[in-house]
Design a binder for this molecule. Sequence first.
Ligand code: ATP
Ligand code: IP8
Length: 259
Amino acid sequence: MILIKLGGSIITDKTQYRTFNRGAVRRLCKEIKDSGIDAVIVHGGGSFGHVLAKEHSLQNGYTEPSQIPAAAKVQYDMRELNLMVISELLDAGMPAVSVPPGSCFMMDDGKLILDDPEVLLSASRLGLTPVVFGDVVFDRRKGFGICSGDQIMEVLCRIYDPEKAVFVSDVDGLFDKDPKKNPGSKLLPEVTWDLLKTVSSDISVDDVTGGVGAKMESMLRMTSSKRDCVLVNGSVEGRLYSLLKGDKVISTTAKGGSK
Ligand code: ATP
Ligand code: IP8
């Protein structure tokens, strides 16, 4: 089984509120289907999640009543995004089912709690493809919070023990500096905890869940001697397909297991 996260940077335009990249999602769903792999899919929030969440500081938990309509609206926007992703997976021939974290899971002080994986495992056992996503999730201490798709990937990694975990974004992998702002930046084919410290501190995007820096930390925690964890560019046609088929492609592989 391969765990795949379709990042908000590739499935949406992160600079424009609620802008879905249908063409890219359609192609990526076909690449996943054509690869023939058994997949569990997670997706990020992009401009359906981060814009309003940031405006109302939802990531810090409940602080004032004016956040409540925003929390409801972000959950609504994320469900709309999720249904659009599911629709493309169904059209590609994958039996995708939605597992909304805001209704199925809890957090405790920002940590995702998933005591009972029965829903997910039942879907997978039947041959359905669970699709989970970053969401507004209730929190035992903070009222609510934002659970990122990357946090979900880490928890699903413990539940499914996948052979590989793949993060799809809109750039070739991890660079020494943000490649969109620094044309001369260099791609790092492999990353370790030590190497991550040397990457530019301008690593976070305008994002409530920590950007690519937090993503690399999640990836490093998910690696093991048996499992590669790879960041790949989903905007290049065929690259995800080749990676899923086992070919070596331009990407960044997290190495080294736990800290
Ligand atoms: P989301 O969190 O919404 O699901 P995502 O999973 O696609 O999004 P991002 O957090 O948006 O991931 O991270 C990818 C973005 O990080 C890229 O679009 C890139 O511009 C930006 N970025 C900043 N610094 C770097 C860096 N050093 N290397 C690679 N990408 C970087
Ligand atoms: O895009 C965040 O998930 P991510 C989801 O995976 C929301 O970081 C609701 C902002």
